[in-house]
Design a protein around this ligand. Structure first.
Ligand SMILES: Cc1cc2nc3c(=O)[nH]c(=O)nc-3n(C[C@H](O)[C@H](O)[C@H](O)COP(=O)(O)O)c2cc1C
Length: 186
């Protein structure tokens, strides 16, 4: 797939078929992720691939409770509250795979490095006709000791990018973008 088509066609996918994603494909997505640039070429990322649906359901349940207990008030609080209180809401949308990108080294640019790897992974998935969605709802829980225990992550790791992957059930419609504000200096 042409890069521009992948960039323009990538959407956050929230509805997946039950079809699994094979190991070779997952490794291919991770190979694309690690081609991202990283500060001082530290490549400070690790990839935790979670395919156990019972584990994902448990994290979904606990992350919802954690978010409800800790979420600061903000412009989307009411919407988030009602979504998170819905017992049927699965934060991973029953996707067959979660790939969690975590930062392992100390350093000021860990989050940026992992986020760049995540975008590479999402674009590579799009090129392979797979869907993805970054699940921010999981992040704060995965950085608690209970969250790290759930996936066996060392306490020093920072969970940055929980990305679900699967075969999309349909094609989500385009999501409008704001006109970019551009200031030209010179
Ligand atoms: C840091 C981050 C956190 C996100 N968290 C969630 C989430 O928890 N649940 C969800 O359904 N989508 C989540 N999204 C997806 C955004 O809602 C989505 O990217 C945005 O609406 C634009 O749509 P698009 O990705 O289809 O272009 C997140 C995206 C980012 C970058």
């Amino acid at each position: 797939m042409d890069l521009n088509d992948a960039i323009l066609g990538r959407r956050s996918v929230r509805d997946y078929t039950a079809q699994s994603v094979d190991e070779g494909t997952i490794r291919g997505l991770i190979d694309a992720a690690v081609q991202a640039p990283s500060a001082v070429n530290q490549q400070p990322w690790t990839f935790t691939v979670v395919r156990d649906q019972a584990v994902l359901a448990g994290i979904s349940r606990d992350a919802k409770s954690h978010m409800l207990a800790t979420m600061p008030a903000g412009p989307h609080s009411d919407h988030f509250q009602s979504v998170l209180k819905d017992a049927n809401f699965h934060i991973f949308y029953n996707a067959p795979v979660l790939i969690l990108i975590s930062g392992v080294a100390q350093g000021p640019w860990i989050v940026e490095d992992c986020a760049l790897a995540a975008e590479n992974l999402m674009l590579a998935a799009r090129a392979a006709h797979l869907g993805t969605c970054w699940i921010g709802f999981a992040q704060s829980f995965l950085n608690t000791s209970d969250g790290k225990n759930a996936l066996g992550l060392p306490t020093s790791w920072v969970a940055v990018a929980p990305i679900i992957v699967g075969h999309p059930k349909g094609s989500p419609p385009p999501v409008p973008r704001k006109e970019p504000e551009i200031r030209w200096v010179g």
